[in-house]
Design a protein around this ligand. Structure first.
Ligand code: FAD
Length: 323
C-alpha cells in the first residue's frame, strides 16, 4: 500500500475520539486529491471491534499487542514505525491531542523522515501535501511542504467536522502481528478529575472569566449568566492559577479546547495561549474595559465595558427574554 494516506485512529477507554473522524474527513480529501487510498491505522489490545466505524477509510490496518493497551507515545511510535517501513505510506496524519501528540515527533525521528507539526489544515498542490501550520500559539502561520518520502503530519483537532468522517460502511480490516520491545515508559494509573464537575468540551454555551473579573466573589455574576443561558463557567489561566475555578475549567493551550455555540469572554485579554483553546467557537462575545484588547480581534461581538456591570445586565436581559 505504498503511497497511501494513513490516519492514526485515536481511541481511549474503549471509545474512538471525535478527532479520529475529523482526520479521516481531512485524510479523505488529501487521498482523493492525490488519487491514492486512505487507510485508518488502529493500534491497541483487544480493540479490533472499533474498526467497524472507520468506514470513511478504504481499509483499516489493525495492529494488536499488549504494549498498545494504553495510548502511550513510545510503543505507538514503535508500532507505527514498523508498519510504515513495510507499507511506505505517503503521509501519516496524527491528532495533536493530549493523547496522541507525542507519537508524531517520535515516529518521524524513528523513521528519519519529514515531520510537520501544528497543522490546522492540509491541502494538495502540484501533487504535494502542504500543511498550513499555526506556530507559537497562533502568532505565526507557516505553509510547509515536505521534499518527498513519508511525511508525518501532526494536525490540530477541528480541521474538519467529525460528522464528515463518519460512515455506515464497514471497511475491510487487515490485521497484522506486531513484535514490540518492552516499553520504556509504563502507565501506572489514571488520575480522574474531581467527580461531579462539568466537561467543558460538551457545553454549548460557555461564560469564560479572566483576571478582569477581579475577585472570586465576582464569579457569581458569570455563574448567573451561564445559568440563564443553560451553560457553564470556565476561565483563563490566571483564574485557575488563583484557585477560583478547578483546573478542568481552564480553556487554552494548557487547558481544554472548546467549540461551543456561544463563548462569552469577560475580562479576558485574548492572549494567544487562551485564544488557541476557543477560537473555533461558533459565536464569540468579548466583554473588556480596554477597547484595544486583542480578544476583540477574534470576537464576533464586542462590548467595551466593565464586566462587573455587563454580566448582570446580560443575565437580566436573557431572563427577561425567557420570561
Ligand atoms: P490578562 O491578560 O491580565 O487580561 C485581563 C483583561 O481583563 C485585560 O484585557 C483587561 O483590560 C480586562 N479587564 C480588567 N478589568 C476589567 C473589567 N472590570 N471589566 C472588563 N475587562 C476588564 N492562558 C489561558 O487562558 N489558558 C491556557 O491554557 C494558557 N496556557 C499557557 C501556556 C503557556 C506555555 C504560557 C506561557 C501561557 C499560557 N497561558 C494560558 C497564559 C496566557 O499567556 C495569558 O497570560 C492569560 O491567558 C491571560 O489571562 P487573562 O486574559 O485572564 O488576564
Amino acid at each position: 500500500m505504498s503511497g497511501t494516506i494513513w490516519v492514526l485512529a485515536e481511541h481511549w477507554r474503549g471509545q474512538l475520539s471525535p478527532v479520529t473522524y475529523e482526520l479521516l474527513a481531512l485524510g479523505r480529501e488529501v487521498a482523493d486529491a492525490l488519487g491514492v487510498p486512505l487507510e485508518a491505522v488502529l493500534l491497541g489490545h483487544g480493540a479490533s471491534g472499533l474498526a467497524a466505524t472507520l468506514g470513511c477509510a478504504d481499509s483499516v490496518l489493525y495492529g494488536d499487542h499488549p504494549a498498545l493497551a494504553e495510548p502511550m507515545a513510545q510503543p505507538y511510535a514503535e508500532a507505527l514505525a514498523a508498519l510504515a517501513l513495510e507499507n511506505r505510506p505517503a503521509a501519516v496524519l496524527i491528532p495533536l491531542t493530549n493523547v496522541s501528540m507525542g507519537v508524531g515527533p517520535l515516529l518521524a525521528a524513528r523513521l528519519g523522515c519529514a515531520g510537520v507539526n501544528f497543522a490546522k489544515d492540509l491541502t494538495v498542490r502540484d501533487g504535494r501535501i502542504e500543511a498550513q501550520c499555526l506556530l507559537y500559539g497562533g502568532k505565526i502561520q507557516a505553509c510547509v511542504a515536505s521534499a518527498g518520502g513519508t511525511v508525518i503530519e501532526g494536525v490540530w483537532p477541528g480541521a474538519r467536522q467529525a460528522d464528515q468522517g463518519r460512515s455506515d460502511r464497514v471497511p475491510p480490516v487487515r490485521e497484522v502481528q506486531l513484535s514490540l520491545a518492552e516499553p520504556r515508559v509504563r502507565l501506572k494509573q489514571y488520575v480522574d478529575p474531581e467527580a461531579g464537575d462539568v466537561n467543558l468540551a460538551e457545553q454549548e454555551v460557555l461564560v469564560a472569566v479572566g483576571r478582569g473579573i477581579q475577585s472570586q466573589d465576582n464569579l457569581e455574576l458569570a455563574e448567573n449568566l451561564a445559568a440563564a443561558l443553560g451553560g457553564a463557567v470556565c476561565g483563563s489561566r490566571p483564574v485557575i492559577d488563583q484557585g477560583w475555578l478547578p483546573l478542568v475549567r481552564q480553556v487554552g493551550k494548557s487547558g481544554v479546547t472548546v467549540k461551543p455555540k456561544l463563548y462569552i469572554a469577560a475580562g479576558i485579554s485574548g492572549a494567544p495561549e487562551h485564544v488557541e483553546g476557543m477560537r473555533d467557537a461558533d459565536v464569540i462575545v468579548a466583554i473588556n474595559s480596554d477597547p484595544s484588547a486583542p480578544i476583540f480581534e477574534v470576537a464576533d461581538y464586542g462590548i467595551v465595558g466593565d464586566a462587573l456591570d455587563v454580566l448582570p445586565a446580560l443575565a437580566e436581559a436573557v431572563e427577561a427574554r425567557k420570561g
